[in-house]
Design a protein around this ligand. Structure first.
Ligand code: GUN
Length: 282
């Protein structure tokens, strides 16, 4: 069993972005800029937003933080997005999900300019991803792809099974694996005989949000196991894969924490730089 070190790979990825930004700024140009909006005080979201801000500082991206009240109206949020869309000094706009119930997340996602949509959530960018001409990378799935490539895992021709069909992870994960010529199956809560399907996986990506749902009997010997889950159980963080039970069967496995988690932000930094370069024709 080989443990995939997400911390080390994300550090390498952020370092590449930082080096590129350093060279740009050395020419006298402004630094890339990411605007992060958080509505409300969800503790997990507060942690994510703080980590995004720290990552920006570490790679040389200017970060703008907008902390809106839990009761803020959708109209006010859309006004702020419109203002940031028009600001030439802003390259990326991100609204931390989930948003409070008075706000429609779909309207928020569609309001962000596709040219500043560093989450790659907008239908235009999702379409670009599925037609094979992506501009921005979906952060978590692209982070998984980087873990696989850094680990030397071949995707072409392999059975790739994704458990979970969310717009943020499952669906775009399937698209990226397919683009690398994987044979992709996306499973979900209505899948008949899930263990039978997961046992066909050469590469298994768990993104269902259920602690330890993937058990050893659901895994083929020698499979590559990628765990996107982050579940709080008591005072511990556990993934969607039963790590202790599955690790001996796996050829490669990601830990939780320290696997996929750190990659999401590294790709976000990369996307913000991509947006900047598109804006300046670099
Ligand atoms: N909530 C959970 N994951 C994400 C993400 O990648 N981006 C945003 N904006 N919100 C999230």
């Amino acid at each position: 069993m080989n443990l995939i070190d997400g911390k080390a790979i994300s550090a390498k990825c952020k370092n590449e972005t930082a080096e590129e930004i350093k060279a740009i700024v050395a020419k006298g140009m402004r630094a890339p800029c990411l605007a992060v909006i958080l509505v409300g005080e969800d503790p997990a979201s507060q942690v994510y937003v703080r980590n995004k801000k720290r990552a920006c500082e570490s790679v040389g991206i200017t970060s703008l933080e907008y902390l809106l009240d839990e009761n803020e109206t959708e109209e006010k949020l859309l006004e702020l997005i419109d203002f940031l869309n028009k600001d030439d000094n802003v390259d990326g706009i991100l609204v931390q999900m989930p948003v409070p119930k008075q706000i429609d997340p779909d309207r928020v996602i569609e309001a962000i300019s596709p040219d500043k949509d560093v989450d790659a959530f907008h239908a235009y960018n999702v379409g670009k991803l599925f037609t094979g001409a992506p501009r921005f990378q979906p952060c978590t799935p692209a982070g998984v792809m980087r873990l696989l490539s850094e680990s030397g895992v071949e995707i072409s021709g392999k059975n790739c099974v994704v458990v979970g069909r969310s717009n943020i992870v499952g669906k775009p994960m399937g698209a990226l694996l397919l683009a690398e010529n994987g044979t992709v199956t996306i499973c979900h809560s209505r899948t008949n005989n899930l263990p039978e399907v997961t046992r066909t996986a050469d590469i298994l990506v768990a993104a269902c949000g259920r602690p330890n749902m993937i058990t050893a009997d659901m895994v083929k010997d020698g499979a590559v196991l990628i765990d996107v889950g982050i579940n709080r159980v008591g005072d511990k963080l556990v993934g969607d894969i039963d790590f202790e039970a599955c690790k001996e069967k796996a050829s490669f496995i990601t830990p939780v924490p320290g696997g996929v988690g750190p990659m999401t932000i590294a790709i976000l930094m990369q996307n913000t730089l991509t947006s900047y370069k598109m804006r300046f024709g670099l």
